[in-house]
Write a protein that binds this ligand. Structure first.
Ligand code: ADP
Ligand code: 5GP
Length: 194
């Protein structure tokens, strides 16, 4: 629609298991934000329905789409590939809708570069034992995968704390409190704040 203000691109980033999907789902329910569906080469696993919704594809299909320039950002995470399809996200933003991406740190930096006005929020766990507990509670990954994600989380958190790429760091201690804090940040940005 001519004259419509573009929507806000919101990126929720943070270690696996910190609560990004849980928060994203609540934000999508309570606000008009669209929660983007990612493409991944990671095979579907039992318990997937409780987490982020993915379109699971074969590697060939992923790379065909990558070569075709169909992705807004992509990354290899824990041996699998993940990407945000450029459409419908770009169309939604253009028509004035806010879009929420829940992606890893590599993807977040690509978005920061391509969309300097995007709102980047890094979600932190209250402490390391709690993160390990949440990774376990998800009931989706093997013990080996949980440990892989936990080791990566410690590196990601240290790097994020030393990075200027993120606009805000939010601790997901109490879920409702964290959701309220993020909603306040979004409202602030949409009303013209930094
Ligand atoms: P992510 O998407 O970051 O990998 P999830 O949203 O799947 O993380 O959350 C991981 C686990 O932690 C889930 O079992 C979820 O219910 C739980 N969880 C998320 N946020 C909180 C919270 N604030 N307090 C307690 N448990 C939480
Ligand atoms: P999981 O397999 O645990 O759902 O996700 C593993 C990691 O991939 C998480 O850090 C998650 O945020 C990230 N991820 C999910 N979708 C995307 C995406 O589209 N792009 C990028 N760069 N990372 C993603």
């Amino acid at each position: 629609m001519a004259g419509t203000q573009p929507g806000l691109l919101i990126v929720l980033c943070g270690p696996s298991g910190v609560g990004k999907s849980t928060i994203s789902r609540i934000l999508a329910e309570r606000t008009g934000v669209r929660y983007a569906v990612s493409v991944t080469t990671r095979p579907k696993q039992p318990g997937d329905e409780k987490g982020k919704t993915y379109q699971h594809v074969a590697k060939e299909e992923f790379f065909r789409r990558l070569d075709n320039d169909e992705f807004l950002e992509y990354a290899q995470v824990y041996g699998d590939y993940y990407a945000t399809p450029a459409h419908p996200t770009l169309d939604q933003l253009q028509s004035g809708l806010d879009v929420l991406l829940e992606i890893d740190v590599q993807g977040a930096l690509q978005v920061r570069h391509a969309f300097p006005d995007a709102l980047l929020i890094f979600v932190l766990p209250p402490d390391q034992p709690t993160l390990l507990q949440r990774l376990t509670d998800r009931g989706r990954d093997s013990e080996e995968d949980i440990q892989k994600r936990f080791r990566a989380a410690r590196r990601e958190i240290a790097m994020a704390k030393g990075s200027r790429a993120y606009d805000y760091m939010v601790i997901n201690d109490d879920l409702e409190r964290a959701v309220q804090e993020i909603m306040k940040i979004v409202r602030h940005r949409k009303s013209g704040g930094i």
